[in-house]
Design a binder for this molecule. Sequence first.
Ligand SMILES: Cc1cc2nc3c(=O)[nH]c(=O)nc-3n(C[C@H](O)[C@H](O)[C@H](O)COP(=O)(O)OP(=O)(O)OC[C@H]3O[C@@H](n4cnc5c(N)ncnc54)[C@H](O)[C@@H]3O)c2cc1C
Length: 400
Amino acid sequence: MKSVLISGAGIAGPALAFWLKAAGYEPTIVERAPALRTGGYVIDFWGLGYDLAERMGLIAEINRIGYHVREVRIVNDAGHRVAGFGTAVFSELTAGRFVTLPRSTLSRLLFGKLRDSVETIFADEIVALEQETDCVRVVLEHAGERRFDLLIGADGLHSPVRKLAFGPQSGFEKRLGYAVAAFEASGYRPRDEDVYLMYGEPGRMLGRFTLHDNRTLFLFIFAASAFPDTLEAQKALLRDLYGRGGWECRKVLGELDATDELYFDSVSQIKMQNWSRGRVALVGDAAFCVSLLAGQGSALAMIAAYMLAGELSASQGRYQQAFASYEARLHSYIDAKQRGAERFAGAFAPRTRVGLNFRNLVIKAFAIPGLARLAVGRDIADRIELPEYQWPALDRLAAA
Ligand SMILES: Cc1cc2nc3c(=O)[nH]c(=O)nc-3n(C[C@H](O)[C@H](O)[C@H](O)COP(=O)(O)OP(=O)(O)OC[C@H]3O[C@@H](n4cnc5c(N)ncnc54)[C@H](O)[C@@H]3O)c2cc1C
């Protein structure tokens, strides 16, 4: 019981490969994209995800590359500040262990730990799978048939492994009524270093975040019921929704015209009763996407990867027992995170002018000393502990 195929090289996939390798397993990763994905959006990173990155030998590099945001600022049509808050409270509550970085950077750093030790197949994907008594037989579109002891789907919100092993997306996806789009542009002005700017109209918000190397990230979150799947249709929808907006909306749409890399997706959660079936299990967004509204999906993906590898190692080959313990440790914790995200759903892009004003009032109240700590304190703390497992090869991998 040693060979494990992992589908997906985002966050959960490389993290799982790392811990499996540290436990003495032989993971193989298959990733549909021809190379690790770049661009996208930035994530906030703290708590147990941060602790795990430290154990993996990544934290110095994460802090060197990452951003330490000073302020979240909500602006009006004219770009004037109408609300906002300093982010010192996050730093205080986490003892300075809070950083913002591009998701793709985290993915690259995780993968960098495996580059020379884990077989990785890019530009390929599983198109069929069959569970046998002693293995899982998969068919890769290009590489053909392979056999592994176990198969783990770490292939995100639209997980193809979930579809093949558990059934169609519609049986597990809960849409929260919003869509999200993000892209990067070079040379955009103005720049506001370490400030997250947000502009809102009823049912839609636009965020701007200044990146290193003269780049800027734009994030759109808006109420949606239709989700176009071609780049041109997605751009047309954004032009339609933001074309008459104030602040920098039109300028940002000008940048959008020139991009051919747009991240676009539904704001959704994945809810499943079980994360495993036979020799196949899921991890990260594939199993339990909490949505961007939980602000912690990457950390949860890393925590789940750590626990899944740890339980497999502890069970000494009894994979059914390992999968059951993995779910038992994590499921109710994830359920609570999902409920929290659903409660928060209205706040990102309130659908009415009254809702928008109320949201801004609440955010203004964050400036009152102590209140911000009270408001975010409950959600920022991880109410779960990392179990300790045996990792014979950890030191060598962490130092790589
Ligand atoms: C706008 C936004 C903001 C967010 N903010 C935060 C935040 O502040 N903090 C935080 O912690 N999280 C945040 N998240 C959530 C976080 O990005 C995800 O939870 C995290 O990326 C999940 O990791 P994953 O590895 O499970 O999936 P992904 O990162 O989606 O990776 C899945 C991988 O599988 C690959 N794949 C897909 N199909 C196949 C296939 N058929 N075969 C092989 N490979 C395949 C994909 O190419 C990809 O590389 C945010 C998400 C969004 C959308």
